[in-house]
Design a protein around this ligand. Structure first.
Ligand SMILES: Cc1ncc(COP(=O)(O)O)c(C=O)c1O
Length: 445
């Protein structure tokens, strides 16, 4: 008997009409939307919200230590005293006082900048989009460390840029690999527009570019007429309070620098910035105007006021200590529980450890089994434009408590041990699943 219940099913006129109209929309999309696919990060946030799962997946900062009552008082005072400005449009460039404060912050990593060359953005993610928008035509090449930040790869894909990865080791980007990548790209008759790099406490790699490599990387790029896009949201989160000279401080004319308050204050305010050579900054302001008119005035004023009225450096110290404790919990648990054959990075700042499993393990295929064991991670392929990284995963220690981290790593080690046993018995998991259905994403597992 056919189903004629009251709920429409796939064969009802309603559903058929909706499917037809969806098809019509898909045909109308611009070609550039082909590169816009759901990042693995989306699914990760869904997993993180399940209380029974220890999520080592997302990169959410831990805001528990922020003085919320005092910030609330400041925000209320700000609106009462200065609401007409705070709730009004502002300039695309950003609030002048905040741009001056941003210059003081960048001075901590050796940057000498003028507030005119700073543009405030809606998080550094917007800056990534703007820089790619003004520099990349379809088919242009962007060099990026392999692995690299998912959100940046998303922006590059959205503008149809081709990403060529450059290998890293424990000291960050390898200058020799950079030279090789540039020569390979030019042999193919393609044009490199910029090198995208996260020199400090890399996301997801957890490594830092050695100080003596910095000048070399800049010199290679300058020799080949390649701009450097330096993304530095974690630079002040060195666990011993250490900072490194920003690339921008070493070559101001050839580096566009991105900064953010997301990891050192409040990610939800969405306040970041870009510091660019003057001519580039002009073009960025025009691009930003067409995207957002201006960054949110209220949020900029909140950040500015927080910087003047709170001990923000003391607060960063509190964050650093918290993250160091969590890093120690993760490294200790990895040492204790991980099966033979796994290796991982040992970050001295930031949020992430990058783990490599033995040959044959496919971390994306394993993820649903890990979620069944109530632990989640970010599988490695999402951090590459070319689907490398199948043996890798990113583990974040920023959000869960040390106890949860230890428990999560223990569960992960059990999952990996079982997986390695399967690989030994039946061969590589990816070979076994190649004909099968796609592994469910973590929020559907
Ligand atoms: C390397 C890197 N760049 C940029 C961003 C985006 O940060 P924002 O919140 O400032 O947009 C992140 C966020 O995780 C990141 O890790």
């Amino acid at each position: 008997m056919s189903d004629h219940g009251s709920q429409p099913n796939d064969s009802t006129p309603d559903k058929q009409g909706a499917a037809r109209s969806l098809d019509a929309h898909v045909e109308r999309y611009a070609q550039r939307t082909a590169g816009m696919t759901a990042s693995e990060i989306r699914a990760l946030f869904a997993v993180a919200s399940r209380p029974e799962v220890v999520s080592l997946a997302g990169g959410m900062p831990n805001l528990a230590a922020l003085p919320l009552d005092s910030i609330a008082g400041e925000v209320a005072g700000l609106i009462s005293a200065d609401g007409q400005s705070a709730l009004q449009y502002g300039s695309a460039h950003g609030v002048p006082e905040l741009r001056e404060q941003i210059c003081d912050i960048m001075a901590m990593e050796g940057i000498n900048a003028h507030p005119d060359d700073v543009m405030v953005t809606v998080g550094s993610q917007m800056a990534l989009d703007m820089v790619t928008r003004i520099f990349c035509d379809p088919g242009d090449v962007v060099l990026a460390e392999g692995p690299s930040y998912v959100g940046a790869l998303g922006s590059f894909a959205a503008y149809q840029a081709d990403v060529v990865h450059v290998a890293m080791d424990d000291e960050g980007l390898q200058p020799e690999a950079l030279r090789q990548a540039i020569s390979d790209v030019s042999a193919q008759g393609k044009r490199v527009k910029f090198l995208y790099t996260i020199p400090n406490f890399h996301n997801p790699g957890g490594v830092t570019l050695a100080v003596d490599r910095r000048a070399e990387v800049l010199e290679i790029c300058a020799q080949h007429g390649i701009l450097v896009l330096e993304d530095n949201p974690y630079g002040l989160l060195g666990f011993d309070g250490q900072t490194y000279p920003a690339l921008r401080s070493l070559d101001p004319d050839n580096v566009v620098y991105l900064g953010s308050f997301s990891k050192t204050f409040a990610s939800g305010l969405r306040v970041g910035w870009v510091l660019a050579p003057h001519a580039v900054r002009e073009k960025l302001v025009l691009a930003a105007e067409s995207a957002t008119l201006c960054p949110p005035t209220l949020n900029q004023m909140i950040v500015s006021r927080y910087l003047t009225s709170h001990d923000w450096q003391g607060q960063i110290k509190v964050f650093r200590e918290q993250y160091r404790e969590r890093r120690d919990a993760m490294l200790g648990a990895l040492e204790q529980h991980m099966p033979e054959g796994c290796s991982w990075t040992r970050p001295d700042g930031g949020f992430y450890v990058w783990l490599t499993a033995p040959d044959g393990v496919d971390t994306k295929a394993m993820l649903p089994r890990a979620v069944t064991q109530r632990v989640a991670y970010a599988s490695g392929t999402g951090f590459y434009a070319d689907r490398l990284g199948s043996r890798q995963m990113r583990l974040s220690f920023c959000y869960p408590t040390p106890e949860r981290i230890r428990e999560g790593v223990r569960r992960l080690a059990n999952t990996l041990t079982d997986e390695m046993e399967l690989v030994r018995t039946f061969g590589s998991v990816s070979q076994r699943t190649v004909q099968g259905p796609q592994a469910p994403s973590p929020d559907t597992a």
